[in-house]
Write a protein that binds this ligand. Structure first.
Ligand SMILES: C[S@@+](CC[C@H](N)C(=O)[O-])C[C@H]1O[C@@H](n2cnc3c(N)ncnc32)[C@H](O)[C@@H]1O
Length: 188
């Protein structure tokens, strides 16, 4: 075997690694372990970074529930803000809103191709960002998850559907979770 062989082998491994970074290192948690990784897609609808940063600067926030994750822009931001020991539970059906606002109908039409692979793309983006140990995807409807999820969160960030009815329903459902969390915390 000569040098050319090793150069080719190295190029091949480098090419594979750039597309499947953590998969090649092994040991990804489920469901990250079971997908074909897509190239990174930075598309997102996230414009609350400064407000959230203020929350992080004033409070100790380790466990976060995010409702509406899309391709993961805000989830990655929240995970990075929380630091290595932080966890972000991402609730999304990855199907788009059931009860959309008029402007959302157009937005999801424009991103129809992205919507079709949004769950796979979300997982891929988290893998590319090396955040699989912090970001836990929960593929569920928001209201269903509010009833089922048993997680004490320091922060709940809601960014799912934007019609008035959907926003109100989400707030009411997740406020109940906040109430339950506090009752349990007080009882301890
Ligand atoms: C505006 S996008 C979220 C944007 C994201 N926070 C970001 O940083 O790019 C809304 C997301 O909420 C999801 N969604 C809408 N209604 C939902 C519902 N009732 N239950 C679960 N997910 C929902 C959609 O599938 C979509 O991925």
């Amino acid at each position: 075997m000569n040098n050319k062989f090793f150069i080719k082998l190295y190029s091949c491994l480098y090419f594979l690694y750039s597309f499947f970074p953590q998969t090649m290192l092994g040991g990804l948690p489920q469901p990250y372990d079971s997908i074909i990784v897509l190239p990174f897609d930075a598309h997102g609808w996230f414009c609350n970074a400064s407000q959230l940063q203020e929350c992080f600067s004033k409070n100790k926030i380790q466990t976060i529930i995010e409702v509406g994750s899309w391709l993961g822009t805000s989830a990655r931001f929240l995970a990075e803000q929380a630091g290595e020991t932080g966890k972000v539970y991402c609730i999304d059906n990855w199907k788009g809103p059931i009860n959309p606002a008029p402007f959302e109908i157009l937005a999801y039409k424009q991103h129809k191709k992205r919507l079709d692979t949004s769950y796979q793309q979300f997982l891929s983006n988290v893998i590319h960002s090396n955040l699989t140990h912090q970001i836990i995807p929960i593929r569920m409807d928001s209201l269903e998850a509010a009833k089922a999820l048993n997680v004490f969160a320091d922060l709940i960030y809601i960014d799912a559907a934007h019609s008035e009815e959907a926003v109100c329903a989400d707030i009411l459902a997740w406020i109940e979770v906040v109430g339950k969390n506090w009752t349990e915390k007080k009882a301890k």
